[in-house]
Design a protein around this ligand. Structure first.
Ligand SMILES: [Fe+2]
Ligand SMILES: [Fe+2]
Length: 304
């Protein structure tokens, strides 16, 4: 049975309507100002066109892998909800997980502000979980964000969550035949982005890789490093790692076009395309077409 999935990530909605000195202590103020300074690279006026494009494709399901906001303020969550509304109408057809920016402040982390805004797009607010999309396909949702006395681009998959994920995946008979692991943080990257990932990786990346190597063939949908790619990492040969990049980011080097991924699953075949905005129009770039059970040694990789 065929299933068409749109993978979006790192939308980074932001608003300049906040009064930082009133809202925050000095400790977090510098971080917030830094993040808001970077926000200009994510022009919000592009988002309507992205939403229109996704809507016009009429996918079976939409997966959003975190960083919907920039500084996790309530106004950003409200704005994200409003801007994405045209594609959020059917909660059965949308799945979301949080990214580190959705937990920027201590309060947003401990009050689970992301879950309050978007919890209806997850089967449970306790991670990990598996959401079945059809008889053959399911999404395993992970949350490796943290708040560790300061905002950090690095994540950590808590031991309890990793143990629960091991238990969930221990018996392959319980897993969907087409398994999609959704986690904001990549656990491998193409050579061009390895240094960037090293600076913002999971602290326990190796433990997560060791677990992923045991779960059989799977897609791994991530974001966080704002670049689109489809690779089979040598470190995890049973994984097809898909990063959608950001749909709105302007890259000063011009190398990373903003966009999102269209993933077509048909029986045990997978085909992935990058819908990229060139600055003038949309370009559809085929990235990979392959068997779900292929391994790293079988294939070339593609980096947008
Ligand atoms: Fe991001
Ligand atoms: Fe991120």
């Amino acid at each position: 049975m065929a299933l068409r999935l749109i993978h979006l990530s790192d939308i980074h909605v932001w608003r300049y309507t906040w009064n930082a000195r009133r809202l925050f202590g000095l400790r977090i103020l510098g971080v917030m100002e830094l993040l808001m300074g970077r926000a200009r690279r994510f022009p919000m006026d592009r988002l309507d066109a992205v939403v229109d494009r996704v809507r016009s494709l009429d996918p079976d399901h939409i997966l959003i892998t975190g960083d919907l906001t920039t500084t996790a303020l309530p106004s950003e969550f409200q704005q994200a909800r409003r801007l994405l509304a045209p594609i959020l109408g059917d909660r059965e057809r949308v799945t979301m997980i949080p990214g580190n920016h959705d937990r920027t402040t201590r309060r947003s982390y401990f009050t689970r502000r992301f879950e309050a805004a978007f919890g209806e797009f997850m089967p449970s607010t306790t991670f990990p979980w598996i959401r079945r999309l059809d008889d053959e396909t399911g999404i395993l949702g992970m949350d490796a964000t943290r708040w560790h006395w300061h905002f950090s681009p690095r994540g950590y998959l808590p031991e309890g969550q990793l143990a629960a994920a091991r238990a969930l995946t221990a018996d392959p008979a319980n897993l969907p035949r087409r398994l999609i692991v959704a986690c904001h943080y990549p656990v491998a990257a193409p050579p061009l982005y390895r240094v960037e990932l090293a600076l913002k990786r999971l602290e326990n990346e190796q433990a997560v890789r060791d677990w992923l190597k045991t779960i059989g063939p799977h897609l791994y949908c991530c974001g966080h490093v704002h670049a689109a790619w489809a690779i089979r990492p040598e470190e995890i040969p049973n994984q097809l790692c898909l990063n959608s990049g950001s749909p709105t980011m302007i890259d000063p080097t011009g190398l990373r076009l903003p966009g999102f991924l269209e993933i077509l699953l048909d029986d045990d075949r997978v085909a992935v395309s990058h819908h990229a905005w060139t600055g003038a129009d949309w370009k559809v770039v085929p990235m990979i077409e392959d068997s779900l059970t292929a391994t790293a040694s079988d294939l070339p990789s593609f980096t947008a």
